[in-house]
Design a protein around this ligand. Structure first.
Ligand SMILES: Nc1ncnc2c1ncn2[C@@H]1O[C@H](COP(=O)(O)OP(=O)(O)OP(=O)(O)O)[C@@H](O)[C@H]1O
Length: 567
C-alpha cells in the first residue's frame, strides 16, 4: 500500500499548484461561510433584540454579498479542480496503458480483456478520486473544522466538548469495519470486470453466437452476471448505509446532547439564545467536515482495494528488457542466425529445445510443423516478444538483445494468418505504426503504388471513398483476403529486411493463396523471407524447407506435397 500510494502521489505532484489554488479558493469560501452564523448572531442579538434597523439592513446586505462571493469562488474552484483531477486521471491511465504496451503475448493469453479494462477504468478512477480528493477534502475539512471549533470554543467550551464526545467512537467503529468494506469493494470490482469482459468477448464473437443459435444461453448468462452484480451493488449499499449511518447516528446524538445541555443553560439564563443558535450553526458546519474525515477512512479502504488491483497489473513485467546500449548493425541484408535456442512457456517444458537455423540474406526458407510444434513461439522470439532461455538469435550479426526493440520490429515484419486491422480508413491502416514524419512524407502516390503492388487497386477504386473508406470497427466487412492484402501493402511500406509469413494463406482458397504467395515473391524478391505454413503452395520456391519437430529443425528432403500431407 505505501508503495502504491507513492505511485499515485507521483501523478498528483505535477498538479500541486492547481490543487493549492483549489485549497485557497475553498478556504476563502469557507471563511465567508463561517461569517454567516456570526452575522446571524449579530442580527438576532444586536439588530433584532436591540431594535437597530440600520444595523439590521447592513448585516443583511453583508450576508447577500457573502453569498455572492462564495458562489463565484466555488465556480472558479470547480473549474480549477476539474482541470487538475482530470489531468491526474489521464496521466495515470497513460502510464498504465504504456505499461500494457510492454507486456508479452503471454500476458494477453492469461488476462481477460474485461479484467484489464475494469482495472484501467473503474479502479483507476477510484484511485484518482482518492488521490486528488482525499488530501483536498482532508485539508479543507480540517481547516473548516478548526475554524468552526475555535468559534464554538469561543461561544461555550463545555458545550464544544459535549458536541465531540462521541467522535472517537465513530472513528473506532469505521476502523473495525475495514475488512468488510474492502471485501465488498473487491467483490463489486470483480463482478463489474466480469460483466465488462462478457461484453468484450461476446461482441467480438457475435457471428459465432448467432451461427450456433446460442442467443438464448447468452441472454441467460448475462442475466446471471447482472444478478451477481446487483447482489454486489446492494451489498455495497448496505456497507455504505452502515458505515455512513452509524457514525451519522452518533453525530446526531452529539447534536441532541448540545441542544439539551445548551437549551437548559438558555432557560437558566447562562447562555443567550443567539449564542445557542450561532453555536448550533457552527456545529452544523463542523458536522460536514467530521463526516467528511470519517468518510475518508472508508474511501481509503476502497481505494486500497483498487490500488491493490492496479498493483497486480503493474507488477506484470515485460518479458524482455531494452539494451543498455543499442548496437546499430553494419549492414542491412536481413541475414538471420538462430543458435541453439531453448525456450518454453513454463519451467521444465521447452517448446524450442536447442533449435538452430541459418537464413542467408535474401533467401527464402520454409518451415513446416504440426499444430502446437512451436512455430508461433519461434515467430514471437524472432520479433523479441521473448528472449531465449539459452542460445541466441542474430540479425545481420547483431544479437537481438542488443538491438533497439522498436528498430528490430521495423526491420522484421510479420504477416500473420488473421491480419487484424484497426478502426480507421484503409489509408490509416496502411500508415499505422509509421512515425509522424514518415507518415507525413508518405504521399498518396506511394500509398497507391503499395496498394497496386498488393493487387488492391481494383477493389479500392470501386469503394465510394477509395483509400479513405473506413474499414469498420473490427474490419468485419472485409474478407480475409482483403485484410491479408492490406497487411501485405503495410509490410511493403515498412520496407522490412526480413519478412516472416506465419500461415499467411490459411484463410485463402488455393487459387487466392497461390496469387498472394506469387505477389509476395515478386514484391519481396531479394529480401529474406521465412515462410511458415502447412500448405505446399506457400512453401513453393523456398531455397530450403525445414520441419519443426520436438523443438528442433530437420531439413525436409522429400517432395513438398508429401511433407505437407504428413503434417
Ligand atoms: N502463452 C502461452 N502459455 C503457455 N503455453 C503456451 C502459450 N503459447 C503457446 N503455448 C504452448 O506452446 C506450444 C507451442 O505453441 P505454438 O503456438 O507456438 O504452436 P504452433 O506450432 O504455432 O501451433 P499452431 O500451428 O496450431 O498455431 C503449445 O503446446 C502451446 O500450447
Amino acid at each position: 500500500m505505501p508503495h502504491s500510494l507513492r505511485w499515485a502521489g507521483g501523478f498528483v505532484r505535477p498538479h500541486r499548484s492547481r490543487l493549492a489554488v483549489c485549497v485557497a479558493l475553498s478556504l476563502a469560501g469557507t471563511g465567508i461561510g463561517l461569517a454567516q452564523p456570526w452575522l446571524t448572531k449579530r442580527i438576532v442579538d444586536d439588530g433584532l433584540t436591540g431594535s437597530d434597523a440600520r444595523l439590521l439592513v447592513l448585516l443583511t446586505l453583508g450576508m447577500l454579498a457573502a453569498g455572492l462571493v462564495s458562489t463565484l469562488l466555488s465556480g472558479a474552484n470547480r473549474l480549477v479542480y476539474t482541470r487538475a483531477s482530470a489531468g491526474v486521471l489521464f496521466a495515470m491511465r497513460e502510464h498504465v496503458y504504456g505499461h500494457l504496451q510492454t507486456l508479452p503475448p503471454r500476458f494477453y493469453a492469461r488476462w481477460s480483456a474485461g479484467d484489464v479494462l475494469g482495472r484501467l477504468d473503474g479502479d483507476l478512477a477510484e484511485v484518482q478520486r482518492f488521490a486528488v480528493d482525499a488530501p483536498l477534502s482532508a485539508l479543507n475539512a480540517l481547516l473548516t473544522l478548526a475554524g468552526a471549533v475555535a468559534l464554538m470554543l469561543l461561544i461555550d467550551p463545555a458545550l464544544t466538548v459535549i458536541a465531540f464526545l462521541l467522535l472517537p467512537a465513530q472513528a473506532l467503529f469505521l476502523r473495525g469495519t475495514r475488512s468488510w468494506v474492502e471485501r465488498s469493494a473487491r467483490a463489486l470490482r470483480d463482478s463489474m470486470a466480469t460483466l465488462t469482459g462478457f461484453f468484450v468477448q461476446r461482441l467480438s464473437a457475435m457471428k459465432l453466437i448467432q451461427s450456433l443459435g446460442a442467443e438464448g444461453q447468452e441472454a441467460d448468462r448475462l442475466a446471471a452476471l447482472d444478478r451477481d452484480c446487483l447482489g454486489q451493488l446492494l451489498r455495497q449499499q448496505i456497507v455504505g448505509i452502515v458505515t455512513g449511518g452509524v457514525p451519522g447516528l452518533l453525530g446526531s446524538a452529539g447534536t441532541a446532547a448540545v441542544f439539551l445541555w445548551g437549551g437548559l443553560r438558555v432557560i437558566d439564563g447562562e447562555l443567550s439564545l443567539g449564542a445557542l443558535i450561532a453555536f448550533s450553526a457552527y456545529l452544523g458546519r463542523a458536522t460536514g467536515p467530521v463526516q467528511g474525515l470519517l468518510g475518508l477512512i472508508v474511501g481509503a479502504q476502497r481505494a486500497r482495494v483498487s490500488l491493490d488491483r492496479l498493483s497486480e497489473l503493474l507488477s506484470e513485467s515485460p518479458a524482455v528488457s531494452r539494451p543498455a546500449r543499442t548496437v546499430i548493425p553494419a549492414c542491412r541484408g536481413g541475414a538471420l542466425s538462430v543458435e541453439g535456442i531453448v525456450f518454453g512457456h513454463g519451467p521444465g517444458r521447452p517448446v524450442l529445445d536447442g533449435l538452430s537455423l541459418t537464413i542467408p540474406a535474401g533467401s527464402k526458407v520454409g518451415l513446416l510443423g504440426s499444430s502446437g510444434a512451436g512455430k508461433s513461439t519461434l515467430t514471437d522470439l524472432l520479433h523479441r516478444h521473448y528472449d531465449p532461455e539459452r542460445g541466441r538469435i542474430t540479425l545481420d550479426g547483431v544479437d537481438l538483445r542488443d538491438l533497439d526493440p522498436a528498430l528490430l520490429r521495423r526491420r522484421v515484419a510479420v504477416l500473420g494468418q488473421d491480419a487484424p486491422l484497426l478502426p480507421g480508413s484503409i489509408a490509416d491502416n496502411l500508415r499505422f505504426g509509421l512515425t509522424a514524419e514518415e507518415s507525413t512524407a508518405l504521399d498518396r502516390d506511394t500509398l497507391a503504388e503499395a496498394v497496386a503492388a498488393a493487387q488492391l487497386s481494383g477493389w479500392i477504386a470501386g469503394l465510394p471513398r477509395g483509400l479513405d473508406t473506413p474499414v469498420g470497427a473490427w474490419a468485419s466487412a472485409l474478407s480475409g483476403g482483403q485484410r491479408q492484402r492490406i497487411a501485405l501493402a503495410r509490410c511493403l511500406l515498412r520496407k522490412p529486411d526480413l519478412l516472416i509469413l506465419d500461415e499467411p494463406v490459411s484463410a485463402l482458397d488455393p487459387a487466392a493463396a497461390e496469387r498472394l504467395i506469387a505477389d509476395v515473391d515478386r514484391l519481396f524478391a531479394g529480401r529474406t523471407r521465412l515462410v511458415i505454413s502447412h500448405r505446399g503452395e506457400a512453401l513453393a520456391g523456398c531455397d530450403t524447407v525445414y520441419r519443426l519437430e520436438h523443438g528442433r529443425l530437420v531439413p525436409v528432403i522429400q517432395p513438398l506435397e508429401a511433407a505437407c500431407a504428413s503434417q
